[in-house]
Write a protein that binds this ligand. Structure first.
Ligand code: MN
Length: 268
């Protein structure tokens, strides 16, 4: 069962969009990137572009890294004001369900979000913490599986987290949402790790797809798809892809925050 993607998830290109790869709580690197892209703080402390550009995150703004709360609050404020956009994602969906009180096990860096909330509550009390949780839950539960970018009435690009099939574009269903969160996952390997099929390899469509999720040392450009997750939290770099200019802007991570024995960037 499919339904049409909601009209508010079709975004006019207007003055241009800066797509941002997986931030994973690397807040300092993210702010450095926004400054490099020319965004400046307005009187309310929100980052706006003097030329009217907007920025769009491929999701996974939190978890693994040092500042999940700051990064999520940042997106909550900017998405609410329509200064920024953020797609759904696997970590985002996990945190959304946790905030919604559902039974989930926080691991793979999601436990760091809970630790930050505990610290936040110590400093700000439970009323303020509960209000924040409610706002962030709303942001995460309402993030779309993908956005379609439109220019002069023509669809020009799609932004999603882990991937999308061409015939999913402009539609929503629970299957499409899962595909966009996790990619084309077919079973698990002998270590219990999901086997990822590269959905883009035999792709025929010609609409540009911008995605993240699967950290690559450099942007991977295949069949009109661009992976912009360069593993900032793993000590790689945070990527912006500027559309329609087609330029990449990078910020090198200050360090490897992940402490992961299977570092996808430094081991490649
Ligand atoms: Mn992901």
């Amino acid at each position: 069962m499919y339904v049409d993607l909601k009209p508010q998830f079709y975004i006019e290109l207007k003055k241009g969009i800066d797509f941002i790869g997986d931030i994973h709580a690397c807040f300092d690197e993210f702010i450095t990137l926004l400054n490099l892209l020319g965004y400046v703080q307005n009187k309310d402390g929100l980052y706006v572009h003097p030329e009217g550009r907007k920025f769009m995150s491929v999701g996974d703004v939190m978890s693994r890294g040092p500042e999940s709360l700051k990064t999520m609050i940042f997106f909550q404020q900017h998405v609410e004001q329509k200064l920024a956009y953020m797609t759904d994602s696997n970590h985002g969906w996990k945190i959304a369900r946790w905030l919604d009180g559902r039974k989930v096990i926080l691991k793979h860096g999601d436990e760091k979000v809970e630790e930050e909330f505990i610290e936040y509550e110590k400093q700000n009390g439970s009323d303020r913490t509960n209000r924040l949780k409610k706002k962030l839950k709303h942001l995460l539960l309402n993030a779309p599986s993908h956005y379609v970018i439109v220019n002069d009435g023509k669809q020009v690009a799609v932004c999603t987290h882990a991937g999308i099939k061409d015939d999913f574009i402009g539609r929503e269903s629970s299957g499409i949402k899962n595909f966009c969160r996790y990619g084309d996952v077919s079973g698990v390997d002998e270590n219990g790790k999901p086997i990822r099929k590269d959905w883009f390899q035999n792709r025929q469509g010609d609409l540009l797809i911008i995605w993240g999720h699967d950290p690559k040392p450099e942007p991977l450009i295949v069949n009109q798809s661009i992976n912009i997750d360069q593993g900032a939290v793993f000590g790689g770099k945070l990527t912006a892809y500027r559309y329609p200019e087609g330029e990449f802007v990078f910020v090198k991570a200050n360090k490897d925050y992940s402490n992961s024995p299977h570092n996808p960037i430094l081991s490649k």
